[in-house]
Design a protein. Structure first.
Length: 599
């Protein structure tokens, strides 16, 4: 018996040493296995080109424009609101991996096959960065062998994991990847390297878009506060300042579109470029000066922050409001009603509860870990994670779209709780009891019990009306429903705002509007046409050169027109009223659409 025990001890020690030394290689191997599984599991959706979100469809259209010879700095989409088109506020950075995959796969799978395969693979690439960032953070703060917990907990998230699923090709996954790197950099004991990682990640995130700007500001504040508390953090602050300013300038030079080289507030334009470069320069000065007394460092940090804020307010007063700068009418009729832009407490309980549970558990774990590490080297890292986690949880009270970031930032704290509870699993001697205890621990710490409870007890179930609307919306967006429209001559189609991006992606037709604030005038025209009288509707359609009206009965957007204007054009059309300037167009049997020729 002692011999067997010694052999087991030696074997376990070898396994532990292997896991500790080769954590990076093993993390990447785990990512490859996970990515392979998701491609296999979602193969049907990949084959049906299930770009379910309007942003995913617009991203594909942007890539198509690049590959068809459209200028690098020209991000105008000419298939919406033709012939003028509209300028979207994105950058080319996220287009690159998708375009690269298409070019590689095109000789093998053909044009459309390459697009489908690229859309399936591209979202999985930033997942590798996320897993590496989370594993690095957890092994530094929790324990060298705890990094597999980070991977397991990430796979247990719902909205965060959804940003990396095949066909989710928009930029959110890449920005979450930069957020994971930011946290890893904040916790890096190598100060210069950690500061550089945070600076580069922030610059890349800002180049992609401003969605993570609050988190970027929070990361900078944490680095500055760490320097105030301990002057030894000057190397981290200096590296962060250099890479933040230089990286953002490089990102602007390489990726800012022509439309983003003017004074606008919604993207990396000269407005934010000048502000970020100024902030980086001032932080670099602070790091170089680095007074010995903490109160002097605090005073200088306050002065620097006030100088950046004053510069922004004086130089760009129009950007002190909403960055989209939309009209009050557009805000009230569209932007204020965007579901993901509403606070989490305004969402149904069955939706909100599974999202908020993990951030709450992670925040508790981070606070407990911070207290336990109050005399350990990990104190500063845990303080950063706790501050970031609290900030992300608070962001949920502003917009539900903060859910993926909040879940991602909760993983280190949840991993700490799980690791602290692991000794309990060794108490039972009967292995089935250990297995049950491990499963129960994971279900609790990962917050999986929330989704399970909602499903098992059918909490806050959607009404039959909501189910019908969701079913109609999903059906109209499918490839089999859209492709038959190509049998009609190519023309400009007047349809719903949320249907426009999918229509131009799957068919040869052009559309009027998509749900993007720079497309605001066209969005209002669609709203006015459907909500006002038939004469106004016809005039608006003809002004846009539309020759075909396409509607999807019971699609979610259509319910807004009927509820806001019960006597408006769309409500009357939905009730079956006929108009002499609309001629019904025959569609294949079973089509979810209704089409009319506009005369």
């Amino acid at each position: 018996m002692p011999v067997i025990s010694d052999r087991r001890r030696i074997l376990l020690k070898r396994i532990a040493t292997h896991l500790e030394r080769n954590w990076l290689d093993l993390t990447l191997l785990a990512w490859f296995a996970i990515a392979t599984w998701f491609v296999f599991d979602r193969w049907t959706a990949i084959q049906w080109f299930s770009l379910g979100d309007t942003d995913d469809n617009m991203r594909m259209m942007q890539v198509r424009g690049l590959l068809s010879g459209q200028g690098w700095f020209d991000l105008t989409n000419y298939r919406l609101n033709p012939p003028k088109g509209f300028d979207i506020h994105w950058s080319r950075l996220v287009d690159l991996p998708i375009a690269g995959l298409i070019l590689i796969l095109r000789p093998i799978a053909g044009e459309f096959g390459a697009e489908k395969a690229a859309a399936g693979i591209a979202p999985l690439l930033p997942m590798a960065i996320v897993l590496v960032g989370l594993a690095a953070t957890v092994r530094r703060l929790v324990a060298p062998l705890a990094w597999p917990l980070a991977i397991a907990l990430f796979l247990a998230t719902n909205v965060a994991l959804g940003m990396f699923m095949p066909d989710r090709i928009d930029h959110h996954g890449w920005q979450l990847a930069m957020l994971a790197l930011t946290v890893a950099g904040l916790c890096d004991l190598n100060r210069a390297r950690g500061g550089a990682i945070v600076g580069v990640a922030t610059a890349v995130s800002l180049t992609i878009g401003l969605e993570m700007l609050p988190y970027a500001a929070m990361a900078g504040a944490i680095i500055a506060l760490a320097w105030v508390a301990d002057a030894v953090e000057r190397d981290r602050l200096a590296a962060y300042a250099l890479t933040l300013g230089g990286g953002t300038a490089a990102g602007f030079a390489a990726f800012a579109s022509n439309a983003n080289r003017v004074m606008r507030c919604d993207a990396l334009t000269p407005v934010w470029l000048s502000t970020v470069v100024l902030a980086g320069a001032l932080l670099l000065v602070l790091a170089l000066v680095s007074p010995r007394k903490p109160w002097v460092r605090l005073a200088l940090a306050v002065v620097a922050g006030a100088a950046v804020a004053a510069f922004f307010a004086i130089a760009f007063p129009t950007c002190l409001g909403r960055p989209e700068q939309v009209s009050p009418e557009l805000y009230n009729s569209w932007l204020a009603n965007v579901r993901e832009a509403k606070p989490i407490y305004k969402h149904p309980f069955r939706t909100a509860f599974p999202i908020v549970v993990l951030p709450a558990i992670g925040l508790i774990g981070a606070i407990v870990a911070t207290w336990r590490a109050r005399h350990a080297p990990q104190l500063r890292g845990w303080a950063c994670v706790a501050l970031f986690g609290a900030f992300a949880a608070a962001m949920l009270l502003w917009q539900a779209r903060a859910g993926p970031a909040a879940q991602l930032l909760a993983i280190p704290g949840a991993a700490a709780l799980a690791w602290a509870a692991l000794p309990w699993l060794t108490a039972p001697r009967w292995w089935p009891a250990k297995l049950c205890a491990a499963v129960a621990l994971f279900v609790i710490v990962s917050g999986q019990f929330a989704g399970m409870a909602v499903r098992w007890f059918d909490v806050d179930p959607p009404s039959n009306y909501v189910k019908r609307v969701n079913r109609s919306t999903g059906r109209c967006l499918t490839l089999p429903s859209m492709r038959p429209l190509d049998s009609l001559p190519r023309q400009t189609v007047f349809t719903f705002v949320d249907l426009g991006p999918r229509l131009i992606t799957l068919t040869h037709h052009d559309a009027i509007a998509g749900p993007y604030h720079r497309n605001g005038d066209a969005i209002l025209d669609v709203h006015h046409a459907f909500e006002r009288g038939p004469a106004d509707a016809r005039a608006i359609m003809r002004r846009h050169g539309a020759t075909l009206l396409l509607v999807c009965p019971n699609m979610a957007e259509s319910t807004n027109y009927r509820s806001r204007s019960p006597r408006g054009f769309y409500a009357r059309l939905a009730r079956g009223e006929r108009f002499d300037w609309l001629v019904p167009v025959a569609l294949p049997k079973g089509s979810p659409f209704r089409a009319f020729r506009i005369e």
